[in-house]
Write a protein that binds this ligand. Sequence first.
Ligand SMILES: C[S@@+](CC[C@H](N)C(=O)[O-])C[C@H]1O[C@@H](n2cnc3c(N)ncnc32)[C@H](O)[C@@H]1O
Length: 190
Amino acid sequence: MKVRDSGMPDEEMWEKFFDPEKTLKTLGVGNKTGDVAEFGCGYGTFTIPAAKMIKGKIFAIDIEPEMISITEKKKKGAGLDNIIPVLRDFISEGSGLKDNSVDYVMLFNILHLENPVDLLLEAKRILKIGGKIGIIHWNYDQTTPRGPAMGIRPKPQDCLNWALEAGFVEPTKYDLKPYHYGIVLSKKEN
Ligand SMILES: C[S@@+](CC[C@H](N)C(=O)[O-])C[C@H]1O[C@@H](n2cnc3c(N)ncnc32)[C@H](O)[C@@H]1O
């Protein structure tokens, strides 16, 4: 089942909204980061820069064959061999990754789904103890140029509460100007 309101504008427009390297760095992704899972990779906007920064591999999951094929093409174009594109519905099938197997989970522009705590629990399941999740989402502000409908758009406090409910700890919040906010939390126990 596709996340509600998760259709994408064209790639050129989408990529203007982000400074992926800066965002990833701010959210603690870097050359010490091991394996990463990304839920909903879209155009690979964050996948490609993340793959260049980390020492591990990145599982880039998306339900749309078009998004997987675009990400695959960009991977080849950039000569990266540490991206594993995964065509999969993470709502009905989960991520398919093993328990305690990755170091970082990217939940970028995705937590407006119907059951956010379930997704956060799946993220927690696959994270190693000491691993981190990075959440980003559109500001709760109707003037942003894109973003889910305001009726289903989470506020930063919603994302934080859901992540704490799922058992994550030690939150740090970030203002990712101009249109987004970020939250990083840790997994300290299974
Ligand atoms: C709003 S886009 C965000 C893309 C990317 N995270 C970014 O920030 O650039 C959401 C992505 O999630 C994918 N998606 C939606 N529902 C999904 C599901 N159930 N399983 C896997 N991917 C899904 C969509 O196809 C889309 O590419």
